[in-house]
Design a protein around this ligand. Structure first.
Ligand SMILES: *[C@@H]1O[C@H](CO)[C@@H](O)[C@H](O)[C@H]1NC(C)=O
Ligand SMILES: *[C@@H]1O[C@H](CO)[C@@H](O)[C@H](O)[C@H]1NC(C)=O
Ligand SMILES: *[C@@H]1O[C@H](CO)[C@@H](O)[C@H](O)[C@H]1NC(C)=O
Length: 582
């Protein structure tokens, strides 16, 4: 028999566990609050980012191998207007120019990715190391450091060597774990004396769901209800393996950090007083960011994923869950393999409970038993999916703090696109988006969330995956019609610069002057751009000559039908609104 005092201690422990569970994220309180004037902690790092396939171009230059994105984009009908990243921003040839743009903004860090097939053309380290590819990244890293800009380096931003897709079916195959680890190890060996911040994967949710479930992204497989879970399983193992490799072989010497960048929209219950809505919203978040974060912090998938996918698999008559299982050994190997958590965040959804009877074509989406809604009053300046809901950012950050034990957070992506071929560089809506989202991040820091860095997404307009060049996320406008891909600052460059130089939002009067200053600079950039492009208007002709006197039009794709709508300039930042259930 246990002594009485020990029993009491146990009882107390159980009680404490219960209390801490109750103190979990509070779904029933959503305090939007007003604008918060204040500054960020000293040393907070401001940056911008991009990725290899989206910006480098030079797809077949200097010995680079093909990636799944080269292959995918070269297939007709996969990318908007059949565009490719063959040339994109020509970033491969413009290192110096782009670093001077960063320096001008006083960026403290720049986030970019290393193209795996650029340095390992066959994907496999023992076969062929492309020294010219290595030299490109050496040069980029050295020039960043010369300019006191910290490189934050992503190892996998979606461009798997094509050969590995053909030989192994890419992330469907467990062999990727060791092959990726070899590639990462080579990067640590060659660049790790100068790079201290490593991100293994960018947005594995997209890799898994869009690459292997919906097929909208490379490699374009539609293995519904199965493919995404399998890809994610191997990605999580690959991440853990790379973290351990760094931890045992390099950390002592190089003193760096290895994290991952997870994307997550926030899911807010439609009705915060309805328990079923709250549970549905939590499922939405657990199936999104929790799918990856929970194994890395706690060792296993979120319980709710195991329950739902397991139950539906059983109803389908399957012998095992479609969600793969980690062994006990794997769980302890994976747990705690995140030195910092990178977060990419863009938007929010309202969530309500909705049952999908199993059997009728299962998928990741129907496994969740929920419906996503948007509020038609939310501004939707950019991509179809991107509604501006700043308070959702603070909610997500607080959720992460509570769920994963207040990890160190680097915001690795946040920004807004404009879904139109506008030549207007006075991007009011982007200034507003940055102002409001960064302000919510500041409130989250006041809430006690441990955020160290913010990365505006993105430095340049770039190849936007299946959307081609139709969505522009850049602080800098890139004229893709011009062979030289000249960059022009949008007003948001000046605005972001002001936030950086004040390290936040000092007071109302100051903020008002920022906007005026930004508009001044963009007016003159508009003139430069107009002068530069007079000779090259084939883009609008490609779109059926839908030109207006302002050369501003916009594209909306609803249920696969393409609309090209000429607009007056003053209508530019608006879109057709559709209250959609997706
Ligand atoms: C893209 O390619 C497909 C297949 O060749 C073709 O039908 C389609 O018209 C092309 N689209 C554009 C915008 O060129
Ligand atoms: C993984 O790839 C190897 C080599 O092509 C192959 O032998 C194996 O069957 C693949 N495994 C799966 C599960 O596809
Ligand atoms: C227009 O383009 C042609 C050929 O690319 C070039 O020779 C000419 O100088 C350009 N004209 C202007 C006004 O830029």
């Amino acid at each position: 028999m246990l002594p009485q005092s020990m029993l009491r201690t146990c009882h107390l422990l159980v009680l404490m566990l219960c209390v801490s569970a109750i103190e979990d994220f509070d779904w029933t309180k959503n305090d939007h609050g007003s604008f918060y004037y204040g500054v960020f902690p000293t040393g907070f790092s401001w940056g911008a980012g991009g990725s290899a396939y989206q910006t480098e171009g030079a797809w077949n230059v200097d010995g680079k191998g093909m990636s799944i994105w080269d292959a995918f984009a070269h297939k007709k009908g996969k990318i908007f207007l059949n565009d490719t990243g063959d040339f994109s921003c020509e970033g491969y040839h413009k290192v110096k120019d782009d670093i001077s743009l960063m320096k001008d903004m006083n960026l403290k860090h720049y986030r970019f990715s290393i193209s795996w097939p650029r340095i390992l053309p066959t994907g496999i380290k023992n076969e062929n190391i492309n020294e010219k590819g290595i030299r490109y990244y050496d040069d980029l890293i050295n020039k960043l450091l010369e300019n006191k800009i910290t490189p934050i380096v992503t190892l996998y931003h979606w461009d798997l060597p094509q050969i590995l897709e053909e030989k192994y079916r890419g992330w469907q195959n467990a062999s990727m774990v060791n092959l990726f680890n070899d590639f990462a190890n080579l990067c640590f060996e060659r660049f790790g004396n100068r790079v201290r911040h490593w991100i293994t994967f960018n947005n594995p949710w997209s890799i898994a769901v869009e690459g292997y479930e919906t097929g909208e992204h490379a490699p374009g497989l539609k293995l519904r209800g199965v493919g995404a879970y399998k890809a994610a399983h191997h990605i999580i193992k690959a991440h853990a393996k790379v973290w351990h490799t760094y931890d045992t072989q390099w950390r002592n010497k190089q003193k760096g950090l290895v994290g991952i960048s997870l994307s997550g929209d926030w899911g807010e219950p439609v009705d915060i007083s309805n328990q079923r809505d709250i549970e549905a919203a939590e499922r939405y978040v657990q199936f999104y960011m929790g799918w990856f974060a929970t194994p890395l912090f706690n060792g296993d998938y979120p319980q709710v994923m195991k329950d739902y996918i397991g139950r539906k698999s059983a109803q389908q008559g399957l012998g095992a869950s479609r969600l793969p299982v980690f062994t006990a050994q794997e769980k302890s190997y994976i747990r705690g393999t995140c030195d910092f958590l990178g977060i990419g965040h863009f938007t929010t959804r309202y969530i309500t409970q909705k049952n999908y009877p199993s059997g009728r074509g299962n998928s990741y989406f129907t496994d969740r038993d929920l419906a996503e809604l948007v509020d038609p009053r939310w501004p939707d300046p950019g991509s179809e999916w991107l509604y501006s809901v700043p308070w959702g950012f603070r909610r997500l950050l607080n959720f992460v703090k509570k769920q994963y034990g207040n990890p160190m957070i680097y915001v690795t992506e946040n920004g807004v696109s404009e879904k139109m071929m506008c030549t207007d560089l006075c991007d009011d809506w982007r200034m507003q988006y940055f102002k409001d989202y960064i302000n919510e991040m500041l409130k989250a820091i006041k809430d006690g969330v441990n955020i160290k860095a913010y990365t505006a997404w993105s430095l340049l307009d770039k190849f936007e995956w299946d959307e081609g060049y139709s969505e522009r996320f850049g602080l800098y406008y890139v004229d893709f019609r011009d062979k030289n891909k000249p960059r022009y600052p949008k007003a948001s460059v000046q605005y972001y610069k002001s936030i950086i130089s004040s390290n936040g939002f000092p007071n109302q009067r100051e903020l008002e002057s920022w906007k005026g200053k930004a508009i001044e600079t963009c007016s003159s950039s508009n003139q430069l751009l107009a002068a530069g492009k007079s000779n090259t208007s084939h883009y609008s002709e490609e779109l059926g000559g839908a030109k207006t006197k302002t050369n501003c039009y916009f594209i909306q794709s609803l249920t696969g039908i393409l609309f090209v709508l000429p607009l007056q300039l003053e209508d530019c930042p608006r879109k057709i609104r559709n209250l959609q259930e997706s």
